[in-house]
Design a protein. Sequence first.
Length: 187
Amino acid sequence: MSNVFFVTGNANKFYEASQICKNFDIELIQKTIDIDEIQHHDSLKIAEAKARRAYECAGEPVVVNDSSWEIPALGGFPGGYMKDVTSWLATKDFQLLMSDKDDKRIFLHEVVVYCDESSLNVFTFRRLGYFLDIPRGNSLPSFSKLVQMESDDMTISEIFDKGEWDTSSPDEYKHWYDFAKWYKEER
């Protein structure tokens, strides 16, 4: 089994990625490094900068993950700023923002970046979800109680409330499956 450092402080992200990578005989080792993320609307630029900085700090090959959210009815808001936005806006605020919108779509942009001394490899995935009018669930940031991804029958919050999520679908975790396939072939 080969291993690689996954630089994240997010236990949920680590769990999901670890479960997927185990299927490819890859062990992710969680490494927490305090990295000041660049501010940008594009999660790809954030993830690439984070991977380079993580590699510099760790001195070893690393993989990082970044997520952003795009709400077409709000001109793409909040993009790469979702982490800050969810600390400022409550569930009710998101309900008000979306209350008069006909387009209830929200897109999750996932980016996984592997960085070593000579390469930067990027794996991306865009997933469709929809805002609901009535919040459901108790866990996670405010918008998570209102967003249901296309292939799910529960809100993101309800899935986390349940305490178990299925990482076996390449359709929902394409970015990690693509990374794991590539990494296994390269190693």
